[in-house]
Structures are given as C-alpha cells and as structure tokens.
Ligand binder design. Sequence first.
Ligand code: ADP
Ligand code: MG
Length: 415
Amino acid sequence: MAAVEFIKPISHEDGVSEATKLFVDTYGSAPEGVWAAPGRVNLIGEHTDYNAGLCLPIALPQRTFIALKPREDTKVRVVSSISPDKVAEADLDGLKARGVDGWAAYPVGVAWALREAGFKVKGFDAAFVSCVPLGSGLSSSAAMTCSTALALDDVYGLGYGDSDAGRVTLINAAIKSENEMAGASTGGLDQNASMRCTPGHALLLDCRPELTPLENVSQQEFDLDKYGLELLVVDTQAPHQLNDGQYAQRRATCEEAAKVLGVANLRVAADGIAKADDQFQALKETLDALPDETMKKRVRHVVTEIERVRSFVRAFAQGDIESAGRLFNASHDSLAADYEVTVPELDIAVDVARHNGAYGARMTGGGFGGSIIALVDKGRSQEVAQKIADEFDKQGFHAPRALAAYAAASASREA
Ligand code: ADP
Ligand code: MG
C-alpha cells in the first residue's frame, strides 16, 4: 500500500527565494519585498463564528508567500505557482463587487476592499507560492488574502500591520474580499487566525460583534510537546460537494432561530443557557421554543459547541488530555448528527483515528469535505495517518494527505 504523503512546510528561505524567482520570471524585475501568511486549523468551535460564538484556531507552519511590487497605475497582475504560466489581470479603477473571476478575485479583492474603506492603495504585481493545501478546510484563501493585505499595508504605508489591534483593519479587508469579490461566505475565523495567532498558542476568538479588537482574542498556551502529543491533520481530499448553498443555509437557519428566540444571535442564547442553574432544562426550553426539528438540531450544535470551546480550553490548560480528546469527539458527533456537515470520508477518517489510539478526532473547517484533526501521542501521527490512508484505499476514496500541525506564527514580512 502506498505510503501516505505528509505535506512539509516551505522554509522561510525557500519561500522567499521561490516567490522572488516566480516574480522575476513573470514580470522581469525584482519585487519590493516578500510577505507570508499561514493557513490555520481550528481546534474546536465549528460554525460558531457567524453565531457570535467562540472558536479556537492555531496558525499552521504551512504558509503562503507573496512577492509584491506596487504600481503607479491601478492595474493588478497576479501569478501563482499553481499555474506559473498564467498571469491574471484586473483594474481597480471602477471595479465592482464580483468583478473578477477565478482565484485572482482573492488578492484583487483585498486591494479593492482597502480602497472601498478609503485607503490610498493603487495597483500591484504579485507572485504567490504556497504549501497550504487548497480547498481542504485549512484556509488557503485566508493565507492568500491576509498575505496580500499585509503586503499592501506595508508598501502603501497604511501602518496597520505592526500591531494586533491594527491588523483588524486588514482582516476586515480580507474578509470583505472573500465575501464580496470572491463570493465565498466566511465568518472571520480564518482571517483572524492567519493575522493574530502567536507561536505556541491557540487563539481563543470571541466573535461577539460588540467586542473591540483588544477584547475579542486571548492567547491560550497550546504546547503539544509539554504533554507528549502531536496534532495530526488529515486532508481527506474528498471531492468538494456543492457546499456554498449549504453554508448559506446553515447561516440562514441560525439567524432565523435567533429571531424566533428573540435574541440578537445564538451566542446570547448559549450564554443564557450556560448561566442557568439547570443547564439541561434551559437547553430543552430553548429547543422547545423552535418550530421544527432541523432548526432544533442546528441550534443544539451551536449552543453545545460554544460550551465545548470553553471546556476544551480548561481541560487542555489542566493537562486533562482525555477530556480534551472527548470534547473533540463530541464536537465531531454534533457536526455529523445535528449540523449535518460531514461526509463519509470525514466520518471514516475520524473513526479510524479513534480506533487507533487517538485521544479524540474531529472534522475541522466548514465540512462537506476537507480535513480532520486527531490528538495523538508523540510519534504516532505517521501510523494513524497510514491507517486512514489504508482504509480510504479499501473504500475506494481518494488518497488522503497528512500534515503535522503545531501552533505557528501569524503573517509577517519575510524579506
Ligand atoms: P480553503 O480556504 O479551505 O483552502 P477555499 O475554497 O476557501 O478553501 O479557498 C480555496 C481557493 O482559494 C482556491 O480555489 C483558489 O481560488 C484560492 N487560492 C488559495 N490559495 C491559492 C494559491 N496559492 N494559488 C491560487 N489560488 C489560491
Ligand atoms: Mg477559505
């Protein structure tokens, strides 16, 4: 049976030299600099960001590098190592939402969003080199939009990239680009992770809209070594289903449920339940107030998932890895049964990990394909990943790929 592939991060040196080379080969001159932003993996708290809930991502060591040079005019040219011979072009002048097709919408949309916000940003030439797997729930899109936002901030002297609070302005441009130029719904988790995570820490992100940037994150130690652990990520490579409509549907159901419950968002409902003397009864009463079975299930996921984030943070800080693992399992089971966003590849990968000694395993990201994570003892990632690959082979699924995750750094200038 074929050995499962592990995706290695591109080193700082290779990222800089490969992005610079692609830039020079494409445009015939040197870039002004090179920047990079990471993909992310969400430890727990899935489909909670757009419900003003809690989530807990780490930045991956896998990064997207961008070599960039500003232009005097409003033209944008972008090229990616994925198809190094194809340069995409756009013009920021008169550009409207959804005005750019294909992957170029992500970087072009960032410049457009910054201009819409009133910043004096002009055109640019850019070359991307990435080792973040695309469309695998590990946020290659945020790695692209955030690296672009940081580069533009730097070359146009906006001054937001140097502080955590300032980065929120860039995050907003990255989110706007994904939502309005690329037409991909995103709730903000990915961009915050890519811009605000710190090495050795998970980012506890509180998505309540009323919080200021200084209030909405806290850095939680996430030192796998300390507990003799590894975090295995397996990209199932499940063919992406038509998930756009599904994501929008989940969001709409949550908004409708909040309306029925008379609250601004489901976080308010979750906090009410968390504070009740009898939480079980409080959850039951909330669900009883909802008109249909599907809505009850969606709300039960969101409310219990927010609580699981709190419990996971506590358990991990105390070194209670058994409980942390059980919370991974409960999160997955809720996403499968109540939120209904898993596919057979995700369920089977999780199942195999659990049966092969993982403390816990769950799908991560939006679902309908993408990746799973498993908390395993140090030195066991390879073996568990191989078991998953072997089972996929038996089932006739695509061969999965794996990576060894740890809490890495956020976006930065590299050269
Ligand atoms: P994810 O963010 O989980 O990887 P998305 O569907 O949100 O999945 O984003 C993937 C899309 O982002 C790709 O289909 C492509 O359009 C764009 N993209 C991301 N990284 C790159 C890259 N390095 N080169 C070209 N396009 C990219
Ligand atoms: Mg994405």
